[in-house]
Design a protein around this ligand. Sequence first.
Ligand code: ADP
Length: 515
Amino acid sequence: MHHQPEYMLGVDIGTTSTKAVLFTTQGKVVAQHAVEYPLMCTSPGMAEQDPLLIYAAVLEAIRQAVSSSKAAAEQIALVSFSAAMHSVIAVDSEGNLLSNSITWADNRAGEWANRIRDKMDGRAIYLRTGTPIHPMSPLCKIMWLRHDQPDMFARTARFVGMKEYVFYRLFGSWLVDHSIASATGLFNLQQLDWDCGALELLGIGANQLSQLVPTTHHLSGLEPAVAQQLGLLPTTPFVIGANDGVLSNLGVNAIGPGQVAVTIGTSGAMRTVIDKPLTDPSGRTFCYALTDKHWVVGGPTNNGGSIFRWVRDELATAEAAAARDAGLDPYEALTSIAETVVAGCEGLLFHPYLAGERAPLWNADARGSFFGLAMHHRKQHMIRAALEGVIFSLYSILPAVEDLIGPTQRMMATGGFARSALWRQMMADIFNREVVVPESVESSCLGATVLGLYALGKIDSLEVIADMVGATHRHVPNPDNVALYARLWPIYSAIPQLLEQQYRQLSLFQRETAA
Ligand code: ADP
């Protein structure tokens, strides 16, 4: 009999869309489909999503990816999940929604984050749970809900995340993988269990959270009608998987010792894999689970590609418009303008903290600045300084990571920034390391399926990923530029510490006077 090819389906439940990608078991993309949904930001700091829309998007993305591939249901060996971290949904005892999904981007728990950090022993909670005390975390969000919406808090049977809600709808039980759990601020990394101290602080019991399972946990038994709608079998295994950050490390093949994955999309992050959980005595890094033997430490930055977008829309408006009129991509046009300036911008620095900053400062009050402006600086210097500033700010996470895990080497770079050769070279020069851009498109989906193969015992090690990921670009450091950036780095990195008090005063002023 002719042997049928086997496929695997990775599903990534993200903040802007859910993507489903069908791969061959060798990691080649066969078909994909994305379904978008809105982020609701109708009051200050709010960033919520409708769980019903996201659930529908998950079903639709799977259905479209499978049907467009023409793969038969029997050929799909597994479905495995990635999801955005930190979401919180309140549900009642029947599983009815009491709230929307409050996403990582929601900042309304800001004051509670400060109080937990400064007055409620937040440092000890971070050291046990690996999630920085920040309004993004479910720990801070549930605290905020308890005080801001006491009626809803009292009626809440469970606080769950978005992936838990999807699995509940598909299989009828509340399950959370160790990876999503490790990003809640409620999960004790050493005990692999909910953290008693964190639960006590919130006044909730473990029975109000989902049942913990490893990221390799799998189940089957879809309703036959649902299975048919999706193009799957009721027996198709569903692997619960992990969070999108750790799976992206796997999906770009940055899982070996000293290998670092850096992403600059709208925001950015730096992450590396180690074999046991580790937290930072100074609280600069996160630690999230990939499997019980693979842990990811790193730091997120608020200010990545959003800075280049700001430059395009607010600073270099005329240049961007001229590019559009000439039928060019404005980002490419601005990159060419930046290229006319030497590395280091003749002494102009840009701190990109327009949206406050997470790692390594963890200071929501930090603010951006051009530093060193002189009469010889022109707009092209400012454009280039902004691009360099984004890379410097990512680079400032590296010491925190290296203090924990030792020296790092190769870097795998992903995200929209990687479309620019200039920006990639800046990364190689500022980090003084080789930068490799992997060819994989949806790294979290690919990572999810490789974890799925591992979960089902079809591979013995995650290292098969090395054969699935190629490279599109390689950049080696330019020694002249390395030397210039090395001279600027101590100046750049001193500024945020020096200005801490002024950042706070100015952000208060901004809040009071904002129109
Ligand atoms: P998201 O994080 O929303 O998935 P992307 O990974 O697509 O976004 O990144 C979007 C960012 O990538 C933009 O804000 C911009 O800064 C950057 N970008 C997009 N195109 C280019 C380009 N041609 N050159 C440099 N940067 C680019």
